[in-house]
Design a protein around this ligand. Structure first.
Ligand SMILES: NC(=O)c1ccc[n+]([C@@H]2O[C@H](COP(=O)([O-])OP(=O)(O)OC[C@H]3O[C@@H](n4cnc5c(N)ncnc54)[C@H](O)[C@@H]3O)[C@@H](O)[C@H]2O)c1
Length: 347
């Protein structure tokens, strides 16, 4: 298949690009190259004649129309987004622009291309979203595809808006869409402002390992390469108009996750003292959702997909990757806002 992938220089998008190229697809990677992007993430793919890079903003209607007309894809996988909750608290405008207006712009460009091409049944607009649109759970229960939306941060509200737009374009114009809502990802090439890389890199630097609040917030962790595999599965086999929740069935409190990372580091790169001694509790994020948990029954039973690694296996691979790829993460540590506490609600 010929795929447009938006946000393919980011964390998850680049995993999709690498896997899609490895499986023989052609990829047109459209990315604006924001602070979160790194073209090294797709260095391997650039060697392939099946890979094309287009530097463009998804809010640029003319550029998106031209991309569809020039490349004539079989499908688009839309991952470009502003993705960091803490940054959405300090500056929500960019989240509304990219996540809402950008998705609208892409939907219009895709619709025009699809209609001009005679409304081919096989075309897909695959919208990649988050479990955060469903809000926050108490100690029990899981998000299903039927859970009502209840976003609580500027980030999750902007993603919820984009999900609604994608469904509306399907219902109103017949655009063949599929949607996925995934839990927290971790793995190689994770930008060093998110919890897992922050913990690994601060631990190695002898810095505090910051835990928001009491560390009791629960997340369901999925290895990024498993997510990319699930996305290609949904693209190929998902039913039009349907959404699929993707999760790792690996619930951990933030404190448990950090302790696990410390134990892996103690094993792979022993320091003078256990890394867990560096754990430090800091002020909580405003509106910090207590718990997310995914019920992945639909994708498992309808599409036969399940994750390939446990969270312990995936975290060990991830820590080893950061130990082996210092050049990659050192270059990103000078970027704007990295290493600073963001999203305290005081700006
Ligand atoms: N990270 C997670 O745990 C997670 C979980 C579930 C869903 N998601 C969703 O997956 C997608 C990818 O997340 P990620 O963690 O890889 O994000 P990321 O921040 O690592 O990457 C986002 C990419 O999008 C690009 N981008 C941003 N604004 C753009 C614009 N206006 N035009 C073109 N490109 C633009 C950036 O340059 C970057 O390369 C997002 O839609 C996110 O909501 C993420």
């Amino acid at each position: 298949m010929k795929l447009i992938v938006t946000g393919g220089a980011g964390f998850i998008g680049s995993a999709v690009v690498r896997l899609a190229i490895a499986r023989g697809h052609s990829v047109i990677n459209i990315d604006k190259l924001t602070y979160a992007a790194c073209l090294d993430n797709v260095a391997e793919a650039t060697k392939s004649p099946s890979y094309t890079f287009v530097e463009a903003d998804i809010c640029d209607a003319a550029a998106m129309t031209a991309a569809f007309e020039t490349h004539r894809p079989d499908a688009i996988m839309h991952l470009a987004a502003e993705s960091h909750v803490d940054r959405s608290i300090d500056g929500p405008g960019a989240f509304i622009e990219t996540n809402v207006i950008g998705t609208y712009t892409l939907l219009q460009a895709a619709r025009q291309y699809w209609e001009d091409a005679g409304r081919p049944e096989g075309f897909r607009f695959h919208h990649i979203s988050t479990d955060e649109v469903f809000g926050s759970l108490d100690a029990t229960g899981q998000f299903t595809e039927e859970t009502p939306y209840d976003p609580r941060s500027p980030y999750s509200a902007s993603k919820a808006s984009s999900d609604h737009l994608v469904r509306a374009w399907h219902e109103t114009y017949g655009l063949p869409v599929v949607l996925t809502n995934c839990s927290n990802n971790y793995g190689p090439y994770h930008f060093p402002e998110k919890l897992v890389p922050v913990v690994i890199l601060n631990a190695l630097a002898g810095k505090p390992l910051p835990i928001y609040g009491t560390g009791s917030n629960v997340r369901d962790w999925l290895y990024v390469e498993d997510h990319a595999d699930a996305l290609l599965k949904v693209l190929a086999e998902g039913a039009v108009g349907r959404s699929y929740n993707i999760g790792g069935e690996n619930e951990r409190t933030n404190l448990e996750l950090v302790q696990t990372l410390c134990a892996i580091l103690d094993d792979l790169r022993p320091g003078p003292a256990p890394y867990a001694d560096q754990i430090t509790y800091v002020a909580d994020r405003p509106g910090h959702d207590a718990r997310y948990a995914i019920d992945p029954t639909r994708i498992r039973e309808e599409l036969g997909w399940r994750p390939s690694v446990t969270v312990e296996e995936g975290l060990r691979k991830t820590v080893q990757w950061y130990l082996d790829n210092e050049d990659w993460w050192r270059a990103l540590q000078n970027r704007d806002g990295v290493g600073q506490r963001l999203g305290t609600g005081t700006k």
